[in-house]
Design a protein around this ligand. Structure first.
Ligand SMILES: O=C(O)CCC(=O)C(=O)O
Ligand SMILES: [Fe+2]
Length: 214
């Protein structure tokens, strides 16, 4: 029997699988190159200045509300079947990762929902879980950051709260570095976005085990 060695990409995906299994989150640095991030940022800023972003809310459908004491970012939903200019590479790479997760972990991911997010200076998102009663289909949260030259003093870190087997909690602090993809278990991990001191941009969304109904 011949065994085909894993490609460089598959090796990275395999590491992400191992990290997800062992610690419920994974970080893939350089998921996008600096140039790819630059192209996506151009589209994001174009859409932002064209007024295509809305204040983000919490909850779904009838339960939806905008509460700027809890979260203070603006978002634009993206159609991954027709990605905006510059975003095709992001969606195809995320799809390749999703296919790998389905093949190796039987996660049964069948859909994704993604939006651009912008936190202006002073923006934050307090500690929360990404699943609502109406959105149990969210399996993995996926966030890809678009912030060239981000430094610790710029704030805006993602703080993950990791439950430990002994009942205690460990925190992990991740800077929103350009090209970095963070994946974590949407059902389990509470997290927050610390106050950003400069504009903080990302593509944020969820890998889901139910297809869209419309
Ligand atoms: O941007 C981040 O680091 C996390 C965003 C987040 O938690 C969310 O949109 O639900
Ligand atoms: Fe979240």
């Amino acid at each position: 029997m011949t065994v085909t060695p894993l490609s460089k990409e598959e090796l990275r995906f395999e590491q992400a699988v191992q990290d997800l299994l062992s610690q419920q989150y994974a970080v893939l640095d350089h998921f996008l190159s600096a140039e790819e991030v630059g192209h996506i940022l151009q589209t994001l800023h174009h859409n932002l200045h064209a007024g295509r972003f809305n204040p983000a809310g919490i909850g779904r459908q009838a339960g939806f509300q905008v509460n700027q004491d809890i979260r203070k970012d603006h978002i634009q939903w993206l159609d991954h079947d027709h990605p905006p200019e510059g975003c095709t590479v992001f969606f195809s790479r995320l799809q390749a990762l999703t296919d790998y997760l389905n093949r190796t972990c039987f996660l049964g991911i069948r859909d994704m929902e993604m939006h651009f997010a912008v936190y202006q200076p002073g923006g934050f998102y307090k500690r929360h879980l990404d699943v609502f009663h109406q959105a149990q289909s969210r399996k993995l949260s996926a966030i890809c950051y678009l912030n060239p030259g981000w430094k610790e003093e710029d704030g805006g870190a993602l703080q993950l709260y990791l439950p430990q087997p002994d009942g205690s909690e460990r925190t992990e602090t991740l800077l929103p570095l350009a090209g970095r993809l963070v994946l974590f278990d949407s059902q389990v991990l509470e997290h927050e976005v610390q106050v950003a001191r400069r504009e903080r941009c990302s593509i944020t969304g969820w890998l889901k085990d139910e297809p869209r109904l419309f």
